[in-house]
Design a binder for this molecule. Sequence first.
Ligand code: FAD
Ligand code: AMP
Length: 483
Amino acid sequence: MSKQGDAKKYDVVIIGAGPGGYVAAIRCAQLGLKTACVDRWLGVDGNPVLGGTCLNVGCIPSKALLESSGRYDDINHSFADHGITASGVKLDLAKMMSRKDKVVNDLTQGIAGLFKANGVMWLQGSGKLLPKQQVQVTAHDGKESVLDATHVILAPGSSSVEIGAAPLEEGVIVDSSGALTFDEVPKRLGVIGAGVIGLELGSVWRRLGSEVVLLEAQDTFLGVADEQIAKEALRQFKRQGLDIRLGARVVSCESGKKGVAVNYQDGKGDHTETVDKLIVAVGRRPNTQGLAADEVGLLLDEWGFVHVNDQCRTNQPSVYAIGDAVRGPMLAHKGSEEGMMVAEVIAGQKAEMNYDIIPSVIYTHPEIAWAGVTEQALRAAGTEYNVGSFPFAASGRARAAGDSSGMVKVIADANTDRVLGVHIIGAHCSELIAQAVIAMEMGASSEDLAMTVFAHPTLSESVHEAALAVDGRAIHVPNKKKR
Ligand code: FAD
Ligand code: AMP
C-alpha cells in the first residue's frame, strides 16, 4: 500500500478517491503521468479506505443489501409459485450486514491494489487547493505538506443533505449511510423523500419485514422518469406494500420513547406519523466547502457545485473538477467517465463524453432504467416521435421466471427514426438498458434494433419487440399502429 512519499512534485494531483477520482488517477497513471490521489475517507474500523461514497456507503453496500433482501423476499413470497416449500426460514441480519461489509472491503482493497499496480501515490488525509496548482494535504495525524502539481483534478463528491425538520439522531433518525447499518429490522420505518435512494433503502427494509411509509413533498412521483413508467412503478410499489404518500412535506419531528413522531403537511392539512426509525433521503450536496483556498478564486455555482465546461475545466487554468461535485446527474458512472475524459485531455488527447446518453437505474423490484429523453420532454419540446412498447407479460423468458411485470418502451424520432429514448421497468433492466445505450451511442434507428437478431428466450427480446412495435410490427402483442 502506498504511503505518504517524499516526492512532492506530480504531473497530476487528484482530490477525492471515489469513482470519479480513483478512475481518473488510474487513467492518468496509465497515460504515463506521475499521479497522486488524496482522500480523507476513514472506514468503519477507522482506517483510511479508497472508493468514496460509492464503494463505502453508496452503490455497492446498497446493492449488496438489495440482493440479500431480495432473496429473503423471494423465499418468503415467490418460491411457493415454483413449487418450492421452505420452512424455518430465518433472517440473520448480522450475517447479512457482515456479508455486505466484506463485499465493500474486498472492493476497496481492490482499488488499493490497482493504485499500487499502476503506481498511483495514495495520500491519506484532507486536500485543499492552493493557488498555482499547489495542494495542501493535512494527514489524519494533523501533519501538513504541500504538493506541486502541473494539473489538479477535484473529485470531492457529495454528502447527504440534512434538513432542520429532521435532525439526525444516531441509530434513530439517519441518513442513507445509517440506513445501511441498522442492527435490527424496524417495525415501522419512515423515509423522507421518495427519490432513488429513498425507494431503494425503503425496499430493502420492507423486504426484511418493516412497514414502510415514504413521505414525498412533490405531488409527482419520480418526476425524472418517463411518466408512463413512473405511473407503473407507483402501482407496483404500492402493491408490494410500500406506503408512498405524495404531496407530503415533513415539517418537524419529535423523537421519544415511543419512536419518532414525524409531522407533515399535505393538501388535506397537518398529520403525524409515528415510526420506530426514520431515514432522511432528501438529496445530496457537493463537498466543496473549504475545498479551495479563497485566494484561488475557484468559481462555484449558487448550489456549491464547481463551475465547469463540457470538458470539466474549471475557471482556473489546469484545474479540473468531476463527479458529484459538478453539474449533471449524481451517478458513479458519470463521474468515472468524466475522470477518464479529463485524464486524456491532460495527456493531450482529444477526449469528450456524451452527456445526452447517461443511463439511470433504480434498483428496486421491478428495476427501472432509462437512457435518453422521456415522452413528456419530447411533447414539451414539440418534437414528433413514434413509440413502441412491449410488456414483459408477453415475454416467454419473463413468464418462465415468474417475474413478468413491466415493459420496454422505445421512442424514435418520427422523421428520422433515430432512437431518442428507451425506458424500461422490469426485472434485470439495469442490464437490458446497456443495449439501448449502445444503440443510441451508435446513432441507431428503431429499424436497426428491429433488424437485429436477439437470442430466444431472453428478456432482451422485449427490446427487439418494442423496437418492432415502433413501426407496428411487434409479433407477440397486438400492435396499436397497423403496418
Ligand atoms: P464520492 O464517491 O463521494 O467520493 C469523493 C471522495 O472524496 C470521498 O472519499 C471523500 O471522502 C473524498 N473527499 C472529499 N473532499 C475531500 C478533501 N477535501 N480531501 C480529501 N478527500 C476528500 N450511483 C450510481 O451510479 N449507482 C448506484 O446504484 C448508486 N447508489 C447509491 C446509493 C446510495 C445510498 C448513495 C448515497 C449514492 C448512490 N449512488 C449511486 C451515487 C454515487 O455513490 C455517487 O454518484 C458517486 O459516489 C460520486 O462519485 P464521486 O467520485 O464524485 O464522489
Ligand atoms: P432525490 O433528489 O432523488 O434524492 O430525492 C429526494 C426527494 O426528497 C425529492 O423528491 C424531494 O422532493 C424530497 N424532499 C425534500 N425535502 C422533503 C421534505 N421536507 N419532506 C418530504 N420530502 C422531501
